[in-house]
Design a binder for this molecule. Sequence first.
Ligand SMILES: Cc1ncc(COP(=O)(O)O)c(C=O)c1O
Length: 374
Amino acid sequence: MEPIAFVDLQAQYRRLKPAIDERIARVLAHGQFILGPEVRELEERLAAFAGCRHAITVSSGTDALLMPLMAYGIGSGDAVFVPTFTFGATAEVVVQVGATPIFVDVEADSCCLDVADLARCIAGARARGLRPAAVIPVDLYGQPADYAPIQRLADAEGVRIIADGAQSYGGSLGGRRVGSLAPVTAVSFFPAKPLGCYGDGGALFTDDAALAEVLRSIRVHGAGPAKYELVRVGINGRLDTIQAAVLLVKLDAFAAELERREAVAQQYHRLLGNHVAVPRCRPAATSAWACYTIQVEDRDRVKSRLQAAGIPSMVYYPRPMHLQVAYRGYGAGAGSLPVAERLSARVLSLPIHADLDADTVARIAAGVVAATRS
Ligand SMILES: Cc1ncc(COP(=O)(O)O)c(C=O)c1O
């Protein structure tokens, strides 16, 4: 039987090869490898797709999270609230600017930030003498977090929102796409993401022209209007022109790929919905389906049985942030954020991508049903 890829970038390349090769060749010919014309073209198209005024492409999703923290001057004495059930980058940028990460529990069904727990954590941070400065909701697995109640609480508490949309570009909430759901949104173009380049890459989205200008300056070492004038401390945060060229081609195919991902998710729902806990979107939300993550008892046994049947699966994530060696000093230990702790023992992500055909989805689903039988 054909081996199954978890994410099949080779199949996507075969489908898009002539256009990708041609776009890359154009960059090689004009030679503007840094901030070349493709970068500006991509930013315009990304912003239009997201329904947002400004897109600033950057070197990675991680730098996309770091830069708004720098732009807002968040640092020592500030508390930044981060869901504990996330990828490490969401937390590390907080420590890098000298602020204190406060880990927040998540909802059992969406796996995204729990607003009630955020309120508890904000009060707790104040009691410790920290200034509640920002919250970084994560659109885990591709579905936007529940931004309306988060925004209401953040406004009431004077807390900024920096959306971690690393996994969710293409997803939507209430008819608005990721990039236009929060005052500033960080996105990743890591190769395996729903929209991915051929290396590291990312983007920031905002409607705020003044913030966009500061972010563009931070992206180039804190540059001012004149050459070699530095008006703030920045980083080297640019997206390579070659990556922009790749993304322009992939963006042409993106809407159709999102439809295909949705169809795969619907097929999994139908085949697995009576057997395991399947991921469901909130009524007003659509997911970019970066991951299709089921919840099962005895997850590690199910995973090994799938592996034996030739079906790849991944665990995102086996350990919440507050229990990681690097971050446990910021948390209250095992038992303190129980929903995320339980999820980390139950979640299992199945293959999902635009080149996955219906027969293979059926084979994977049958494998899951067999692997979860006792
Ligand atoms: C939730 C989340 N945040 C941040 C990142 C960081 O993105 P990048 O790998 O592009 O730096 C990722 C990427 O894996 C992610 O999944």
